[in-house]
Each structure stands twice: as structure tokens, then as C-alpha cells.
Design a protein around this ligand. Sequence first.
Ligand SMILES: *[C@@H]1O[C@H](CO)[C@@H](O)[C@H](O)[C@H]1NC(C)=O
Ligand SMILES: *[C@@H]1O[C@H](CO)[C@@H](O)[C@H](O)[C@H]1NC(C)=O
Ligand SMILES: *[C@@H]1O[C@H](CO)[C@@H](O)[C@H](O)[C@H]1NC(C)=O
Ligand SMILES: *[C@@H]1O[C@H](CO)[C@@H](O)[C@H](O)[C@H]1NC(C)=O
Ligand SMILES: *[C@@H]1O[C@H](CO)[C@@H](O)[C@H](O)[C@H]1NC(C)=O
Ligand SMILES: *[C@@H]1O[C@H](CO)[C@@H](O)[C@H](O)[C@H]1NC(C)=O
Length: 363
Amino acid sequence: MQSEWKSLTTSRWMKIALGAVFVLGNAVLYFNSRHFITEILLSHSPMLSANFTKDNFTHHSSLDKMFYQSSSVFTTEMAFLREPVVNPHDFKYLIQPKVTCANEDVILVMCVPIAYNNYEGRSVIRKTWGSYAYNMSNKARLVFFIGNIPPESGKSAAFTQRNISAESLQYGDILQEDYVDSYRNLSLKSVSILKWVHLFCSFTKFVLKVDDDIYINIPFLVNVLHEYSSHKSSPKSYVIGSLQVNAHPKRDSNSKWYTPTSMFPGNTYPNYAIGPAYAMTGIAASLLYEASLRVPTFWLEDIYITGLCAKTASVKLYESGYFTFEKRAVSGCSFKSNISGHQYKHQEILQIHKQLNDPNLKC
Ligand SMILES: *[C@@H]1O[C@H](CO)[C@@H](O)[C@H](O)[C@H]1NC(C)=O
Ligand SMILES: *[C@@H]1O[C@H](CO)[C@@H](O)[C@H](O)[C@H]1NC(C)=O
Ligand SMILES: *[C@@H]1O[C@H](CO)[C@@H](O)[C@H](O)[C@H]1NC(C)=O
Ligand SMILES: *[C@@H]1O[C@H](CO)[C@@H](O)[C@H](O)[C@H]1NC(C)=O
Ligand SMILES: *[C@@H]1O[C@H](CO)[C@@H](O)[C@H](O)[C@H]1NC(C)=O
Ligand SMILES: *[C@@H]1O[C@H](CO)[C@@H](O)[C@H](O)[C@H]1NC(C)=O
């Protein structure tokens, strides 16, 4: 998608999208809360019997709370919940995080899909922007999402798994599910994020999905999210990021994003937020999870989650020019009043973070 993104003039889209924000904001959602909660209970009854290392109380109480919360939020009937479940996403949890939102007022969950063997990537994030979660007054959480070690790794798999378990014991911030961890399975990884948030953290105000090659100014992001959500007209469920509008599937078999008509017959993708970094409300995460169970899966996770699923669940999309797919200059100043930049090496993430947090930073 990269070349395609570059060819778009971001500022033009920003203007269009900023205008759209206010129009979309006026679309009031009428959800029938009782219907919604019934569907949640029904659709999740198999999961209630799964083995959770967390106490079961958390889960039940979160459903109760959702009921009360939902009466003000879900005031219209969500017809899509009556669609049959086609992707149950019932992979076993191999490792669960110690990190939890149980009965706490969480503002932001930072969710990082990352390769199972990217130890250094996790370490750099814990030391830099992810450390925001370690200050309790920020009411934030950091969780890494990995899949199972691919079968072809053979004998080394047991060693690798022990290594990951040791890391999990130390930091308690890893969720590992039993699907094969691979590039082609990134949509499963994104659904594992939504599922975990929905089951264990559904009252978080906001959720961030962010890749490991991103630098992101978390305090700035939180301010922007609060600002968007404080508008009277702002919907309770939205995704915000760098939007891609009217993109077409790549039909050239040499493209990294080659998508034959058998995988996506249409000529145009629904509008979506570009994958490396996007944020959403906690309610949007629950709705997108519900949608993912019902919308046939698609291999490009951003198009799948923030395009196809968001459309189904009527989750709004907001454009913010503070997000970008581009690589901003490696400096604290590039991020002083920006949210994200993409394609940084570990060393660069450390450098940006250090500069940005230097009290003497002058821009
Ligand atoms: C949670 O519920 C499951 C199934 O109902 C049960 O097997 C498990 O022991 C419970 N766990 C706890 C910690 O109570
Ligand atoms: C729950 O635990 C039991 C026994 O430990 C195991 O047989 C079963 O497969 C587990 N179920 C899930 C969903 O993990
Ligand atoms: C934690 O965050 C609060 C509020 O943002 C801030 O005032 C405080 O200095 C932070 N504490 C540390 C140890 O960074
Ligand atoms: C896991 O392996 C990586 C790379 O070999 C190493 O840096 C890391 O310290 C190991 N983690 C643990 C907990 O042993
Ligand atoms: C994706 O994960 C599923 C479930 O583990 C597995 O069967 C499939 O082979 C994986 N696909 C790829 C392309 O890795
Ligand atoms: C945001 O990033 C852009 C592009 O990297 C840069 O030109 C701009 O100065 C940044 N803005 C601020 C206020 O940091």
C-alpha cells in the first residue's frame, strides 16, 4: 500500500476528513441496549467456560458494567449481531498477561502486535513510549500480542517457547494465542487484540493498536483522544488514524499486497485507517470484535478491521494528520506535537524518546 499512500496528497484528505468529522459526528446511534447485551451473553457463552487464569469475577462483572454503560451508549439495535458467527476466533490462550484492567479505571490500553521472537523490539518499547504504562497515574496498560511458534521452526521451538515464557514471567505483558505467528496471519493477531480488550478490558476509554517499528507520542495521543471524545457530537465508537480513502486492491502478482479477485472481488476497499498505528474507543474495540466474528476474514488487517468490520459495526472513522505512515525525521522535535511516525529502527526509537523527554528540548 505504501506507494499508493504516498501518491495521495495527505493535506487534501485531511481537509475533507476534518469536514467529515463534524458531519459524521452528528450521526446519532440508536442501539437497543438490551438486545446488544443479550447477544453478547449468547455469543460468548462458549468462552465463559474457557480456562482463564484471571478470576472469572472480572469477566462477569464487566458484562454487568457493560449493561449499565450500554444503556446510555447502545441506543439502537445492532442488526449485525444477528448475523451468524463465521470466524469464531476460539484459539487457546498459551500465555496470558498479568497486566489486567480488572475493576480499574483504565484510560488507554496500548496493544502491540509483534513477532514472537522480536525480543529486542519488546524491550525497546518497554524502555521508551511503552513505559507510559508504568506510571500508575496514567491509568494505561501495555500488552504485546504474539501467536504460536510456526511448526517449521522444529526443534528450536521448545527452547523459544521457554524463552518467551521466561520473558512473560518477568514482565507479565505478553498474550500468546494458539494461531501460527506469521505475516499472513496478522488479521488473526488484530482480532486477538480486540478479543482480549473485549473480554478483559472492555471499560478502557481508549485502545491503541501500534506496530513495533513506530514511534508514538503517547501523552499527545491521549490529549487528542480526550479532545475528540469531549465533543458533544462525537460518537461513542470510532477509530482514529491516518485514513486511506477509495484504495483499490493490487491485482499485480508482483505486489507485496497482491490480492486476487478470489480474495476480494470488489474494485474499491472501504475507507480504512492505515495499519501501523490507529486508536479507537473501548466500545469500538468491542463492536469490532463482534463484527470480526461475522465478517469473512481478509488478510490485510487494517482493511479488515478498520474497513470491513468497522463498516459492518457502524464504527466511525476519523482522520488525524498527527498520525502518519511516513517516517518523520529522527528527532524529538518531529514528535513534540505529532502522534506517530513509521519505519524506525530500534536505535532510532531510543533516540527520539530520549530527545522528546529531555527537559531542555528546544524546537
Ligand atoms: C472459571 O470458570 C471455569 C468454568 O466455569 C472454571 O473451570 C474455573 O475453575 C474458574 N476459574 C476460577 C479462577 O474460578
Ligand atoms: C481447560 O483445561 C482443561 C484441563 O486442564 C483442558 O483439557 C482443556 O482443553 C482446557 N480448555 C481450554 C479451552 O483451554
Ligand atoms: C506520573 O504521571 C503524573 C501525571 O502525568 C506526573 O505528574 C508524574 O510526574 C509522573 N511520575 C513519574 C515518576 O514520572
Ligand atoms: C530470549 O532470547 C533473546 C535472544 O536470544 C535474549 O535476548 C533474551 O534475553 C531471552 N529472554 C529470556 C527471558 O531468557
Ligand atoms: C494462520 O494460523 C492458522 C491457525 O493456527 C494456521 O492454520 C494457518 O496455517 C496460518 N496461516 C499462515 C499463512 O501462517
Ligand atoms: C509533525 O511532523 C511533520 C512531518 O514529519 C513535521 O514537519 C512537523 O514539524 C511536525 N510538527 C510538530 C509540531 O512537531
